[in-house]
Design a protein around this ligand. Sequence first.
Ligand code: GDP
Ligand code: MN
Length: 377
Amino acid sequence: MNIHEYQAKQLFARYQIPIPNERICVTVQEVKHAFLTINRPMVIKAQVHAGGRGKAGGVKIASTLQEAEENARQILGMTIKGLKVETVLVSPAADIKRETYVGLVADRNTKNIVMMASAEGGVDIEKLAATAPEKIVKVEINPEVGLLDFQARNVAFHLFPDSALATKATKILKQLYACYIHSDASLAEINPLIETPDGEILALDAKINLDDNALYRHQEFEAFRDITADEQKELDAKNKGLSYIKLDGDIGCIVNGAGLAMATMDVIQLYGGRPANFLDIGGSSSPQKVIDAMTILLDDSNVKVVMINIFGGITRCDDVAKGLLTAMNQMEIAVPIVARLTGTNEQEGHEILKGNHRLLTASSMREAAQMAIAAIK
Ligand code: GDP
Ligand code: MN
């Protein structure tokens, strides 16, 4: 689960990681009011689940009430990477002497946690990673042992050669690690971690991804949930026993089994098509699942054709056919449907669908993909 910067900073604060005072606003009026309260230059930051807000114009500093109002008007309601900004974080603007970067991420290859750090942080970190990767140090942390003192000190001195600052940074790195571990995060990042002119270190930005598989251990994180319409559809599908992931193509897929669903998407791509989704109706079939799946797909205006690919095992082709027939009778379906049913009760399935002129039937997965692609053209 992705959480917002202001929420990640709330978590940081619990671990005594120094952050600026923060306040959340959802209207221009609230931003103006915050400016009058803070009574000094203030930074206004878009809260969306996307990085690169600074470059997109989603981070602005206001020195006057008028600027605060103008910036708030611009940022509230703007769209960053397809996401509408509805909330802004406001803080007293920090004075920056230097921006550094530090991040923690799980590395599945080495089964360790990697701490990455760079003395040159800020909005160009991706560019740095591409052009001068040697400027990013990486330290492997064995999760059974934890972040060792010498590892934290090494990284801290890399970021802040001055020993007084490095001492402060060492503490912050350990707090960040504790936050990451206790929260069951899969990523925790501070970019920038700044040095101020008066020798303080502050986390000016915060990014945390929480591991969905561990959320059951953290009831308190439910309050952080802020999901998009697409994510809501995926959750609704999950509640109906379907695994649905929206993608950006135009061929809607209904498949049984995650492996076959992946293979179906591959075959569609192989023949030049683009899947609109991953959808696994699961191992056991019921006609209702097919109806639910059709409802979800047809709700996506990108879907120009539906491809049904069933390899019947426990899933019975006649159950799928029944669901399909009911869906076609109940719903207004404006797009072509290609069905390939094979395996358990295949004959019965075809019998049920026989004579249905709105349905294109294919005998193999390859043929189904080609028919679906042709149906769009
Ligand atoms: P991001 O672009 O989404 O990563 O948003 P950040 O919160 O990291 O802000 C982007 C950049 O804006 C930072 O790297 C800083 O250079 C600048 N910035 C953000 N907050 C402040 C602040 O309080 N004071 C100053 N002077 N600059 C800031
Ligand atoms: Mn940042």
